[in-house]
Ligand binder design. Structure first.
Ligand SMILES: Cc1cc2nc3c(=O)[nH]c(=O)nc-3n(C[C@H](O)[C@H](O)[C@H](O)COP(=O)(O)O)c2cc1C
Length: 360
């Protein structure tokens, strides 16, 4: 089916410059030149969070479709949801190329894109023009040269309130200098206060799109507790753990010292430990999206066990093709049947204590 076809194209894409390969993939998806997954939705994989019905737990992570060019194509090839962005109010070019590196020996990726994107208006135009089917989150950020970064997030909420299934407040990219400072105590409080107020104001009597906070994996237990307390205090609707890491341990690839955020398989362990620690800090109810290093049904399963309700993936698709998503979803469903489980809630957090106690 789909994965067979996309696997044929994969060697060609892997021979290309990573950013050109990515642009080609987006172009193929957005022009409909992609095979559709002929995949029935397995009722065992369905979950409802907030007011959204997720057909399966695996979403496309932010950064793949920054400018909202292919949300419907992604939903049609087996993703349960997708997240556009990060978008900033004004278009910006990002860092000079090359700025994406494949760490092939480690099955990892380093990127230092720096929020290259076409800005709010371009993404809004595309989202307005699409049928409102399927779950499409909007990941918002701040312009590099913004004099008031918090107001950039507030602007994002106002601009996309009518089209976002949910919002992700991204304060965890390592490629915009100083951005991660927004994860600290007072700055985080001010940001969340204003963002939640904007969300409540923008929606009026309509629906209130849930707001999720996306955090870095490079945080210790104290920071996890600070973030969990702020999320509770401001009634943030969920957390995404995690973005890319600045750490570089145990890598073999000659490109390992490139500056930027590391993702893919080498991120799995660290991001899963932080996910589990965050789960224990926020309690069992708050929805958490687990992301970082998922590359198979088994690694997806571990993320669920560590405390994730939903999952996202990006880097493994660089190596395995976008069709890998449908394979992983099918693998999760098979395991649910094999273990005679009735819902994903029976998997989530069953290994949180174990994962949380591992040394990062
Ligand atoms: C090339 C690239 C660009 C990314 N851009 C963004 C972004 O714009 N916003 C964001 O929140 N995360 C971004 N990410 C991070 C991913 O959404 C994800 O959190 C991270 O890559 C870990 O997942 P993975 O190991 O499955 O790739 C990017 C990742 C990559 C590899």
């Amino acid at each position: 089916m789909i994965s067979g076809l996309s696997r044929l194209a994969q060697p060609f894409l892997l021979a290309m410059d990573p950013e050109q390969a990515h642009e080609l993939t987006i172009r193929a998806l957005s022009s409909g030149l992609h095979p559709r997954a002929i995949m029935p939705v397995d009722p065992l994989l369905r979950q409802r969070f907030w007011d959204l019905d997720f057909p399966n737990p695996l979403g496309m992570a932010a950064g793949f479709d920054k400018n909202a060019k292919a949300p419907d194509a992604l939903l049609s090839i087996g993703f349960g949801f997708t997240e556009i962005g990060t978008v900033t109010p004004l278009a910006q070019a990002g860092n000079p190329r090359p700025r994406i590196f494949r760490l092939r020996e480690d099955q990892g990726v380093v990127n230092r894109l720096g929020f290259n994107n076409e800005g709010h208006e371009a993404a809004l135009r595309r989202l307005r023009g699409r049928p409102r089917r399927g779950i499409v989150g909007v990941n918002i950020g701040a312009n590099k040269d913004s004099a008031d970064r918090i107001s950039d997030y507030v602007a994002g909420i106002g601009t996309f309130a009518a089209v976002a299934s949910y919002f992700t407040v991204n304060i965890s990219s390592p490629n915009t200098p100083g951005l991660r400072n927004l994860q600290q105590g007072e700055a985080l409080d001010e940001l969340l206060e204003k963002v939640m107020a904007a969300r409540n104001a923008a929606t009026g009597e309509g629906r209130r799109a849930p707001v999720l906070l996306k955090v870095a994996p490079d945080i210790d237990r104290l920071q996890i507790d600070t973030i969990a307390a702020a999320v509770r205090a401001h009634a943030v609707d969920g957390i995404i753990v995690s973005n890319t890491t600045l750490a570089r341990t145990g890598l073999r690839s000659p490109l390992r010292d490139e500056t930027g955020g590391l993702s893919g398989r080498p991120l799995f362990e660290r991001s899963t430990i932080v996910l589990a620690q965050m789960r224990l800090a926020v309690g069992p109810e708050l929805p958490i999206i687990g992301v970082g290093g998922i590359h198979s049904a088994d690694s997806a399963w571990e993320k669920l066990r560590a405390g994730a309700n939903l999952l996202q993936i990006y880097s493994a698709l660089v190596y395995g093709g976008v069709g890998l998503a449908a394979d992983i979803v099918a693998g999760i469903a098979r395991r649910m049947h094999r273990e005679k489980l009735g819902s994903l809630a029976e998997v989530t957090s069953t290994g949180a204590e174990d994962w949380a106690s591992r040394a990062p």
